[in-house]
Design a protein around this ligand. Structure first.
Ligand code: C2E
Ligand code: MG
Ligand code: MG
Length: 433
């Protein structure tokens, strides 16, 4: 930073902030000495991409900056950034290991109103953040408005940090319908953030934030404990499905957290199902598989969520003995009109049968979809046709009302009215795990 402060202020100055995309993975898997050697090798390549007069500084960790002075901005900064991205894509040979670094770059230009070195660094950093968000290996110039977006994000981040302690997080439950037995076979726990001012914040917004900041560790552990405790009190011994973030697999303590939640609640492990997504298996990481096997050894079932949306390599299904595959709702949505969606749905149903894995279809909204899926032998469905996710307090009513409606075929004529409406309490219609 001191080096930056010395830079002559004025037009024609560009700051390129760069962050290595895979530095942490190299450090974690091959150790710090290899990580340090990689940084040195990166610095050498970096210098080859810039002019002798450009300044290359290490800001700490794997963050580096290049300060350029020259009249031909922004063209020169963009050209240098592209050279750097290309150069760092090629593998490095460090201490006998072939490693790749990859990087993202944010660029800020000094202008009449922005010649302050600190401000320039902050702008380059904001642009870098955006570059990483847009997909690694890209470059972004700072644009006004990025700071406002960042401010909103920081506010949300601070609020989320307090949300758990203030009891603003809640689990909603969506029924998983057993198509053969015509009853509620379980519920998927779906997290909701009830913000005092913003209202209900979608998990699609705050889960990525929780993942980036690491807050998902505490939130995820709470979800597991809460879901087990809730399920243990349900009036029927049906399953509960909990979503896990890939970030939770960075820590080997996950099986302990699950074991503790089971022990504390007294929930039978066979009633717990853990949903993971394909992205977790992308890296073919031994540690991840070890954790998955540790979880399975507890007696819980592992389900592959959103199947078909990631890389969908069939080898993922061989890498680990999944108990269930969940077909992503995008295929279910199109299955009645589009041949390709229908083909994917029926193929995954057959694949599940052949591999001995249960199959669930998500996002079932119409009776036609439900009947077609049941006909094809899809064992479990979930979707707004039966019920949206509802608060924990409504589980008993859902167990009661929805099972009844599915069993009595003619009643299933379209989206159901809210479960538990005016119907008198009946014995539970849930079917045990
Ligand atoms: P998911 O696990 O695939 O959950 C299914 C999503 O589809 C839920 O969205 C659910 O409300 C929605 N859905 C269910 N039926 C229908 C339908 O018929 N039509 C349509 N259009 N949508 C339907 P939600 O609750 O907003 O959750 C979004 C995602 O957030 C989840 O996708 C899951 O990946 C993540 N998530 C939710 N809770 C947690 C959690 O506790 N931990 C983690 N790590 N992720 C969570
Ligand atoms: Mg899920
Ligand atoms: Mg899903």
């Amino acid at each position: 930073m001191r080096a930056l402060a010395r830079v002559r202020r004025g037009e024609g100055v560009a700051v390129l902030c760069l962050d290595l995309d895979r530095f942490k993975a190299v450090n974690d898997s091959l150790g710090h000495p290899v990580g340090d050697a990689l940084l040195q090798a990166v610095a050498v390549r970096l210098r080859e991409c810039v002019h002798e007069t450009d300044l290359v500084v290490r800001l700490g960790g794997d963050e580096l900056a290049v300060v350029q002075e020259g009249a031909s901005q922004p063209a020169e900064a963009a050209a240098a950034a592209t050279r750097i991205i290309v150069a760092l894509l090629a593998r490095f040979d460090v201490a006998g290991h072939q490693v790749s670094a990859g990087d993202s770059i944010g660029i800020a230009l000094a202008g009449p109103g922005s010649t302050d070195a600190d401000a320039l660094m902050r702008c380059a950093d904001l642009a870098l953040y955006r570059a990483k968000e847009d997909g690694r290996g890209t470059l972004r110039f700072f644009e006004p408005g990025m700071d406002e977006q960042m401010r909103v994000r920081r506010e949300l981040e601070a609020d989320l940090g307090a949300a758990l302690g203030q009891g603003e997080l809640a689990l909603f439950y969506q029924p998983l319908m057993d198509t053969q037995r015509g009853c509620v076979g379980g519920f998927e726990a779906l997290l909701r953030w009830q913000h005092p001012v913003r209202g209900t914040v979608s998990p699609a917004v705050f889960i990525p934030l929780a993942e980036e900041t690491g807050m998902i560790m505490a939130i995820g552990a709470w979800v597991i404990r809460k879901a087990c405790a809730d399920a243990a009190r349900w009036t029927a011994p049906v399953k509960v499905a909990v979503n896990l973030s890939p970030v939770q697999f960075r820590d080997r303590s996950l099986p302990h957290i699950v074991a503790e939640a089971l022990a504390e609640s007294g929930l039978a492990p066979t009633r717990l199902e853990l949903e993971i997504t394909e992205s977790l298996l992308l890296l073919d990481d031994e540690k991840v598989l070890e954790i998955l096997h540790g979880l399975r050894a507890l007696g819980v079932r592992i389900a592959m969520d959103d199947f078909g949306t990631g890389y969908s390599s069939l080898s993922y299904l061989r890498r680990f003995p999944f108990g269930k595959i969940k077909i992503d709702q995008s295929f279910v949505r199109g299955m009645m009109e589009q041949k390709d969606c229908a083909a994917i749905v029926s193929t995954v149903v057959s694949l599940g049968r052949l591999l001995g894995m249960s199959v669930n279809a998500e996002g079932v909204e119409t009776r036609e979809q439900f009947l077609a899926l049941r006909e094809q032998g899809c064992g479990e469905v979930q979707g707004y046709l039966f019920s949206p996710p509802r608060p924990a307090s409504e589980v008993a009513a859902m167990l009661d009302g929805i099972g009844q409606a599915v069993t009595q075929e003619p009643a299933l004529a379209g989206p159901l009215s809210p479960a538990g409406g005016s119907a008198a309490p009946r014995p539970s219609a849930g079917c045990p795990a």
